[in-house]
Design a protein around this ligand. Structure first.
Ligand code: HEC
Length: 397
């Protein structure tokens, strides 16, 4: 059975009261801080409690007079559904502010992506615009929380730099299928020339290599693609768990310097937290062509969970050779596939031809949303990449 959202302060307060009436000293509150964590993803977390998320969780729990109960699940496909959204645990320690499947607390640190390369290879890279990058072998982590590429990978393709070497495999449920340090070790071993890596991961693993590696920070946001590179990081709870969120917010205020101390121990490179805009505001021109309705935004999300692995990321460059480019399927100059045929095919599939029937996993409204997304891509006004919702922009203004 699923537990009701805990009321930490209430329960802890009650425990204190009970302790008082029994005349014993302070005792642990009979409440748990149920944390969702990856068993094998240093420097973030591991099942031996060695990551900074593990340490921060301990700190938060001790502040709230609670005990940490970890729920281990690799950050792979289905992570959210199988952890916090499924009610198996209540807190994500490290998510970007505004990450909308959950409600996020106030941020406690901010970092950005870094270029990482060997200090002894005579390179001086300053930004993604360095023309030298066109001639180098570049590694990126393929999949973020939203099952999409990282912003720098998009920013590189917006500059015509393709053929990136991908690290990580979010489709493989085995947490040990690859190692979080692989991308940095590949640089150290010269199997790639440069890696583009999220700050906390870069800072931690760079220190653990036997050769010196150079770290170059990417700017807050990218002028070419309009995507943010820097993110303010917070804790996440289910949207309805407002009380827990308020408690975490107050712990973050009370224990801010302890939390920053933990992050420094892990060599996490940090930027100053902006108090105002939680997201970098993209350049207006780039922003407009990614500005979409909530339905198209949902469609984009569904697409990048269910459709992209055959029909291609951003609804282009199909990965399965027999899967058509749906931009062409929907365009007047192509197959001019009408809306109802699209929805019918998506719903029923053509199993004998390798197109699955999605009625098992999706409902009709999800399929309509996917249609709207694919149509927007087919009509061409929606650029590749992560779209923004009107509602998100309003929130951040
Ligand atoms: C496992 C691979 C795979 C996945 C995942 C997949 N498709 Fe397909 N899809 C195909 C193949 C293969 C075809 C071509 C079938 C054929 O030859 O008739 C196809 C065809 C289609 C067509 C018909 C296009 C035409 O011209 O006839 C539509 C519409 C479609 N897919 C939508 C989707 C949507 C929407 C999703 C995600 C919810 C999706 N597909 C996910 C493999 C896939």
């Amino acid at each position: 059975m699923r537990r009701t959202p805990m009321k930490l302060a209430g329960a802890a307060g009650l425990a204190a009261l009970v302790a008082l009436t029994l005349g014993s000293g302070p005792r642990r509150g009979d409440t748990d801080l149920r944390v969702c964590a990856d068993p094998y993803n240093l420097p973030f977390s591991n099942d031996r409690g060695e990551g900074f998320e593990n340490k921060i969780a301990q700190l938060v729990a001790s502040d709230l007079n609670a005990a940490v109960i970890n729920y281990w699940w690799p950050e792979r496909r289905g992570f959210l559904r199988n952890t916090i959204l499924g009610g198996f645990c209540d807190v994500l320690i490290n998510v970007p502010v505004g990450f909308d499947p959950v409600a996020t607390t106030k941020p406690y640190y901010r970092s950005t992506y870094y270029l990482v390369y060997r200090a002894d290879r005579g390179l001086t890279l300053r930004s993604l615009d360095d023309t030298l990058l066109k001639h180098l072998k570049i590694g990126v982590n393929m999949i973020g929380y939203d099952y999409t590429q990282t912003p720098p990978a998009h920013a590189l393709s917006a500059r015509g730099i393709l053929g990136l070497v991908g690290f990580g495999n979010f489709l493989n449920a085995d947490p040990h299928a690859d190692h979080p340090q692989d991308i940095i070790e590949a640089v150290a071993k010269d199997s790639i020339n440069v890696a583009v890596v999220w700050g906390p991961k870069a800072g931690y693993w760079v220190k653990r290599q036997s050769v010196a590696l150079t770290l170059v920070p990417l700017p807050d946001s990218d002028v070419v693609s309009g995507l943010p590179f820097a993110f303010s990081m917070a804790m996440g709870v289910r949207h309805r768990d407002k009380e827990l969120k308020a408690q975490l917010d107050s712990v973050i205020d009370r224990r801010r310097s302890d939390i920053l101390g933990i992050l420094r121990d892990y060599n996490v490179p940090m930027l100053e937290l902006h108090s105002a805009a939680p997201h970098a505001v993209p350049a207006p021109a780039a922003r407009d062509s990614l500005l979409v309705s909530d339905s198209i935004y949902q469609g984009w999300k569904w697409w990048h969970v269910y459709c992209f692995r055959c029909h291609g990321e951003d609804a282009m460059n199909p990965i399965l050779p027999t899967a058509p480019d749906l931009r062409w399927v929907l365009s007047a100059a192509g197959q001019a596939f009408p809306r109802d045929s699209f929805e019918y095919t998506a719903w029923n599939g053509r199993p004998e031809k390798g197109m699955p029937a999605w009625k098992v996993l999706l409902d009709t409204s999800a399929i309509k949303e996917i249609y709207l997304y694919a149509k927007a891509r087919s009509d061409g006004w929606l650029k590749p990449g992560r779209p923004h919702r009107e509602s998100d922009l309003k929130k951040s203004q």
